[in-house]
Design a protein around this ligand. Structure first.
Ligand code: AMP
Length: 371
């Protein structure tokens, strides 16, 4: 029987009292340029004039925090972002808050998301897909070695910075020490969810492996493996053990790896993914230079739609991540409240990193895996 049922890392008492009076506006000029948005609010481009550098600022409305589980999701995001330092994970800089919002300052990834890239290109070659896949797998290895599972690996959560990949969005992440299992809950994005999550069973790091398999399939085929108009139909497709139709031109090593990552039982782990014949073959392949040349995104101002890449493609694309798990699907775990009981000021203040308790066992593994 599985002894451990960790759902979330211990919740910090509250955000640090605003002893530091540093204000967001003193350090950053938040531009009216939208990089993206989510249920919580918007991500905007900001300039730090002192160091003359651009950053992305995630602006989370405190009214969103009133929704069930929202506070926990934001605390998750902050905790894990601060705990993780890896070249393939988006870098957390600092955060502020004022009466209305929480502001999370992140490194700016100017080439959009992997989803934008796949949509533009329709599908990628094995060499191109490998370039992204390998870096995402490195990020997952780093997380799994720290006993953290991301639980929402998908093309929209992979940011691109030149040819580097940066995993973002730790809303659904959880900590599973000692080979523990997570409580049954519907978490992540349906198209990428493994059968055990949909069947509301306990689950583990295999969740990220399945999602990585779905993502590799998406890169290589230009369409998601499981698609449906209704959530229930999608659930059925994912749980049915119908043989998967793969592109006939895939190499046998790649095919085998996909099958092993998308196994219902005895799914391989991240170390085995990285030691697979496909990965070894692709690493050996010296001429692995067919990475797409990216040019910076044209950002969205309030009225404009963005054009993410200069790569021209008239291909059709399939929508992804239509169904992100909703709060009613998940098990109640924490009483919701305001993220901070402290400040009520208009000017966003810098918040000390108390959201991350370094003594928290969730973050005890100090090993570095930056490659
Ligand atoms: P998220 O809520 O983290 O999934 O972010 C929503 C969207 O905002 C992403 O899909 C990106 O388009 C954009 N975005 C988030 N973080 C960044 C960043 N650090 N740099 C550039 N764009 C970002």
């Amino acid at each position: 029987m599985n002894q451990y049922y960790y759902n979330l890392p211990p919740k910090p008492q509250s955000f640090a009292p605003p002893t530091q009076k540093k204000l967001l506006k003193d350090q950053y000029e938040v531009l009216q340029i939208e990089l993206g948005s989510g249920t919580y609010g918007k991500v905007k481009l900001a300039l730090n004039h002192t160091i003359k550098k651009k950053f992305a600022i995630k602006i989370i409305s405190k009214s969103y925090m009133k929704q069930i589980f929202a506070t926990q999701h934001i605390l998750n995001e902050l905790n894990y972002l601060q705990a993780c330092k890896h070249k393939n994970i988006v870098e957390y800089i600092e955060h502020f808050e004022d009466r209305d919002n929480i502001y999370i300052v992140l490194e700016y990834c100017k080439h959009g998301t992997l989803n934008d890239l796949i949509r533009k290109r329709n599908k990628l070659t094995e060499e191109e897909a490998f370039h992204y896949f390998y870096q995402i797998a490195q990020a997952i290895l780093y997380l799994h070695e720290k006993d953290i599972i991301h639980r929402d690996i998908k093309a929209d959560n992979i940011l691109l910075q030149n040819s580097d990949v940066k995993v973002c969005d730790f809303n659904w992440s959880t900590f599973l020490p000692n080979g523990g299992k997570a409580k049954p809950c519907i978490c992540g994005t349906t198209e990428y969810m493994p059968p055990e999550v949909i069947r509301k069973e306990i689950h583990d790091k295999g969740v990220d492996i399945w999602a990585l398999g779905v993502l590799l399939y998406y890169m290589l085929h230009g369409e998601l493996l499981f698609r449906a108009k209704q959530k229930e139909e999608l659930y059925e497709k994912i749980c049915s053990k119908q043989p998967i139709k793969f592109n006939e031109n895939l190499s046998k090593e790649c095919l085998l790896l996909l099958q092993q990552m998308l196994a219902h039982q005895k799914r391989i782990n991240i170390q085995q993914v990285l030691n697979s014949n496909w990965v070894i073959k692709m690493l050996r392949c010296k001429n692995n230079s067919s990475v797409l040349r990216l040019t910076p995104i044209k950002c969205r101002s309030s009225a404009q739609e963005s054009t993410r890449f200069s790569v021209v493609s008239d291909s059709t694309y399939f929508s992804s991540s239509k169904f992100t798990a909703k709060s009613q699907d998940i098990e109640p775990s924490e009483k919701q409240g305001n993220i901070s009981q402290g400040t009520q000021d208009q000017n966003p203040k810098k918040v000390k990193s108390s959201a991350l308790d370094q003594n928290n066992p969730a973050f005890r593994v100090e090993k570095k895996y930056c490659s």
